[in-house]
Design a protein around this ligand. Structure first.
Ligand SMILES: [Zn+2]
Length: 436
């Protein structure tokens, strides 16, 4: 949120939080940093019951790394490196004293996300130790089945394994190994074709169940909200690499249904764990139900509050190349300073009620310099709309439209005060649930 607002109060809060954690880590003196004691990892490594300590460690490391990457906090980077050395030694000890099998077995607890944060760290430090540790958290028994394209997600804990795939995607970005790109695409494909509700959400009681048997799973315990948060990351990466509309459509569907719906009305801090999908079920009367403003902090509280702080994410994507080119994949009121084209965009959406037949978008382009180069705006024509009644104008002039599911590309030397207006029909439709 600070990266998009540069709000001074936020900056002071996040910096003082890093300072306080730095003091804690220094006092512990080993590189370890957590509110629970390191003995939890003795139990974890002995395959004894201990819940999910690496889940929290990943969140602390990812947050600190963001402090460095987004806000330039060098102290935070040193802290992540200290934590990585500590856990690297622990993993090495397990392998040397016991066996690699023991390490792999320990990964059956919630360790997803560790590979992702370690690959991200390696991309900054280029320290081979960080790459080795990232590989050791790649969980071959899961990535292996995706590599041979088996639709065998049933029985796996969803929110542990989606982050393992995000880590694999990061492995592709760093090593260029196409296998890890394919793993992400195949995973997205089977989650969508076999394990997703019409909302775009997935999981029942935190797990995946039998493929294409979703009708039998409708209850209050569907769609752990963390899983949607993580699937957005998978689809975002796939869109960045392929520019395929299916991933942009997915992003919107999951964001609208599975993120905006997890906060109760306009009450920040009142979040929900699961999204009930069963007929007649209610968010207010479910096993997990709504949390409280200050006294709840389960996993989905972390990801939920983070989700609401990054609603401006993944609206605009810039394409690298000689001529500026921008993809607008989400229609959300926002502004964007498109530096490479020398223009500022202001996007406004007319509020939609359930009886409105159209989504109406207006994009104003402001340029404070005369540019001689042509820049391309690629506007998403969502797959859910129809050409029947659709209309897009540039300064009151109608533009020819592509079929829904494609981008409308407008290349132009933009001058100041131009306006694009999109009127997209909203159609009611049904989607059958997979099941018997
Ligand atoms: Zn969760």
């Amino acid at each position: 949120m600070w990266a998009s607002t540069h709000n001074q109060t936020l900056y002071e809060k996040m910096s003082s939080l890093v300072d306080a954690l730095y003091d804690c880590q220094k006092k512990i003196g080993t590189g370890y940093l957590s509110a629970f004691p390191p003995e939890f990892f003795d139990r974890f490594e002995a395959i004894q019951s201990v819940w999910a300590p690496y889940y929290t460690i990943h969140k602390i490391m990812a947050g600190l790394l963001d402090q460095y990457v987004l806000a330039g906090n060098v102290k935070a980077l040193q802290m992540v490196v200290g934590m990585t050395d500590y856990f690297g030694n622990r993993v090495k000890n397990v392998i040397l004293k016991y066996s690699i099998e023991r390490h792999w077995t320990s990964l059956n607890e919630e360790t997803g996300g560790m590979n992702d944060v370690l690959y991200r760290l390696y991309s900054i430090t280029n320290d081979p130790k960080h790459m080795v540790l990232a590989h050791l958290f790649d969980k071959p028994c899961f990535l292996g089945l995706l590599a041979v394209q088996a639709d065998s997600l049933s029985g796996f804990h969803s929110n542990t394994h989606i982050p393992v795939v995000i880590g694999a995607q990061m492995r592709y970005e760093i090593t260029g190994d196409p296998l890890y790109k394919e793993i992400g695409a195949f995973f997205m494909d089977i989650v969508n074709s076999s394990h997703s509700y019409a909302t775009g959400g997935t999981s029942v009681s935190e797990f995946w169940s039998d493929p294409k048997r979703l009708a039998e799973t409708l209850s209050t315990e569907n769609e752990e909200s963390c899983t949607t948060y993580n699937m957005l990351k998978v689809s975002r990466n796939l869109f960045r690499w392929t520019k395929e509309m299916a991933y942009a459509d997915y992003y919107e569907r999951a964001l609208m249904n599975g993120v905006l719906s997890i906060q109760r009305g306009r009450e920040p801090g009142v979040m929900i764990y699961m999204l009930p999908q069963g007929p007649g079920q209610s968010k207010a009367r479910s096993y997990h139900g709504w949390g409280t403003k200050f006294d709840s902090f389960w996993c989905c509280y972390g990801t939920g509050i983070e989700s609401f702080s990054k609603l401006g994410d993944s609206i605009y994507f810039e394409e690298k190349g000689t001529a500026p080119s921008l993809y607008i994949i989400q229609y959300i009121s926002s502004s964007f300073n498109w530096r490479s084209a020398g223009v500022a965009l202001s996007q406004k959406i007319k509020f939609v009620s359930s009886f409105d037949p159209y989504l109406q978008i207006s994009i104003r382009i402001l340029s404070n310099q005369s540019t001689s180069q042509s820049s391309t705006l690629n506007l998403r024509m969502p797959s859910w709309t129809s050409l029947d009644g659709a209309n897009v104008t540039l300064n009151d002039q109608n533009l020819p439209l592509p079929y829904p599911g494609n981008f409308l590309c407008v290349a132009r030397n933009w001058t100041s005060n131009e306006t694009l207006t999109l009127v997209l029909p909203l159609k009611l439709r049904t989607e059958p649930i997979k099941g018997q």
